[in-house]
Design a protein around this ligand. Structure first.
Ligand code: UDP
Ligand code: MG
Length: 315
């Protein structure tokens, strides 16, 4: 684990197949940090990249061993676990997270630090003129809305990973031992004085997003289910309403049968109602499964990720 003498700033960057971006990232990031006049370290977590990222990170470590640390995972565990592994090892009083693809310009780091210097312990970037596909932007808006409704987390732009946290918040994140989580939201819950600042957003420098539609859906499920059980409660309420409606229907049909005798009319309406009720049940089972799966993961207490090796100079 880390040493006790603190440095001022830790920059945490998850890396997954970013060989096309790393050289530019290095050439833009380090000058910004050198110009800050603060002691700093950069921690890269290589999240099981299959390209030359690992080699490039090792080269950078060799070039700037004093300020560069590289955590190598044996496999791909996802962006948030990559950040988590770095948070567990940071030495900085303030921690900034950043994407490796240069969508978050490193030049914006000082903007965040102004806020932490002013005493805010959780600073969220809000992407201005977001450079993502229209689809991503709309989905993101929708999820922001759902999250806003279901949890007590108030964030304008949850998906922006350009963020700064005080040491105290980072310690809380690490102690939480969270498995499937969304670090910005977790941090927000632990902060005493959260704030937000507008930051620039650029197009992905090279390569394509590592998030498929599937992993985006998973991630957003993590976000909602980790922080609230509201979906379960909403489901229970909807199911109760459905049961009440069905009961009413049974009564109406029963009375009709007694008054008019049996009839085959309206069989399709009945089917429609039945299908609807079955689909409600299926959604419910799926939902319970989501929560159960997560409970199971926590209960069996398996390591969240495996570090194969770390490149660092021990202080
Ligand atoms: N990333 C990671 N592990 C993954 C997926 C992504 O460490 O399984 C990193 C990636 O290298 C980048 C950041 O997380 O630094 C954000 O990923 P990406 O740019 O693909 O996501 P998007 O910007 O499309 O949300
Ligand atoms: Mg990106």
């Amino acid at each position: 684990m880390s040493s006790n003498d603190p440095i001022q700033l830790s920059v945490v960057i998850p890396v997954y197949n970013e060989e096309g971006n790393l050289p530019t990232l290095f050439s833009r990031l380090y000058p910004v940090l050198d110009a800050l006049g603060r002691s700093y370290e950069v921690i890269f977590t290589n999240d099981g990249s299959a390209d030359r990222s690992s080699v490039l990170l090792a080269e950078q470590h060799a070039a700037r061993p004093d300020v560069t640390r590289v955590i190598e995972f044996n496999a791909n565990y996802g962006q948030h676990m990559a950040v988590m592994a770095a948070l567990e090892r940071v030495r900085g009083e303030v921690v900034v997270t950043l994407d490796a693809d240069l969508q978050n310009p490193p030049e914006e780091i000082p903007v965040l630090l102004e806020k932490t210097d002013a005493g805010f312990d959780c600073v969220g970037g809000v992407r201005q003129a977001r450079q993502d596909s229209m689809f991503r932007r709309y989905v993101s808006k929708f999820i922001n809305f759902v999250r806003g409704r279901m949890t007590s987390i108030r964030m304008t732009d949850q998906g922006c990973m350009l963020r700064a946290y005080s040491r105290n918040v980072v310690d809380g994140i690490v102690r939480s031992g969270a498995v499937n989580t969304f670090i910005p939201a977790l941090a927000y819950n632990l902060a005493r004085r959260p704030t937000e600042v507008p930051v620039k957003h650029e197009e992905r420098h090279a390569g394509t997003s590592n998030y498929s539609l599937y992993s985006l859906i998973r991630l957003n499920f993590d976000l909602i289910t980790y922080f609230t059980t509201a979906p379960l409660q909403i489901f229970t309420i909807v199911s109760m309403l459905c049961s009440a409606g069905s009961l009413l229907l049974v009564v109406v049909l029963g009375v009709r049968r007694i008054v008019h005798g049996s009839d085959a009319d309206g069989v399709f309406t009945l089917f429609a109602i039945l299908f609807f009720l079955i689909s409600v049940c299926m959604v419910g089972i799926g939902l319970i499964g989501e929560y159960m799966g997560r409970t199971y993961q926590v209960v069996r207490n398996r390591a969240r990720y495996h570090v194969s090796h770390i490149l660092e100079v021990k202080p």
